[in-house]
Design a protein around this ligand. Structure first.
Ligand code: ZN
Length: 259
């Protein structure tokens, strides 16, 4: 399966998935239709499905229009969001398997940014996952409809995928996320190194997606609640904070909200 990021709106990514035959395609998170149809035409592929990660407008804003433009298109989304994902035709539960563009995938229920959020995982050679607004490179989504513990469980589910899994995320926030991570762990060479690489990429106007599970374990403050340096730095700012993972995670998320 080929995967092509399509920049949408201000800093969103949709992802065009092209099956092994080279002609069948699907789009993960259709925020707007124009750029998606332009890319499918340019590549000479036929769209057969939309995969929606969650109901926010900047992820599903193009669903209705694309469903009208491509009659019979399948629209996959979370069972928990079946009233919120426009034009939905297939509501998936946690761990439910599906087939698109000739490839088998699996839905992973990862609530907290929203209560119905799904990721889409594709195993096999070069595994990949589409994490929407739950996990970004060096970041995580805001807690609109879930608790810190719920977000920790959802992020842990993604981190438990094979280390080589490529993570395709919903927004280009990587540079700012890494600058924040660097403040919490100035002594972490993986964060410092990736921040330098990402600054070069962004200066050239290039995308930072995808990242990998292995890289996120080393650089993402929202998977690093056990890092001594991160804990010390967060608790230095908030001396009364209990020294437990949930408290450290929740405070890290609060600090990021204000960053
Ligand atoms: Zn969102």
């Amino acid at each position: 399966m080929d995967i092509a990021p399509i920049p949408l709106l201000t800093d969103n990514y949709g992802y065009l998935l092209i099956g092994p035959c080279g002609r069948r395609a699907a789009i993960v998170d259709c925020a707007e239709v124009g750029p998606v149809l332009a890319e499918t035409e340019r590549r000479g592929v036929t769209l057969e499905a939309i995969l929606s990660t969650h109901h926010h407008y900047d992820h599903v804003g193009g669903n209705e229009e694309l469903a009208r433009a491509v009659p019979g298109i399948r629209v996959l989304g979370s069972r928990a969001d079946r009233t919120r994902v426009p034009a939905l035709t297939e509501a998936l539960a946690d761990e439910e398997e599906f087939e698109i563009v000739g490839v088998r995938g699996r839905a992973l229920f990862i609530p907290a940014h929203t209560s119905g959020h799904l990721a889409y995982f594709f195993a096999g050679e070069g595994p990949s996952v589409f994490s929407g607004d739950t996990l970004f490179a060096a970041g995580c989504g805001r807690l609109f409809e879930g608790s810190p513990e719920e977000m920790m469980r959802s992020l842990s589910k993604l981190a438990a995928l094979p280390d080589s899994t490529r993570i395709y995320f919903g927004h280009e926030y990587t540079e700012k996320n890494l600058a924040f991570a660097h403040e919490l762990e100035p002594g972490n060479p993986d964060i410092a190194g990736k921040l330098a690489r990402v600054r070069r990429l962004r200066a050239e106007g290039r995308a930072t997606t995808p990242t990998t599970v292995a890289e996120e374990k080393l650089t993402n403050p929202f998977l690093r609640w056990n890092s001594e340096e991160l804990r010390t730095n967060v608790r230095r700012r908030f001396p009364d904070l209990p020294n437990d993972p949930i408290a450290v995670f929740a405070k890290t998320r609060e600090l990021k909200d204000q960053y």
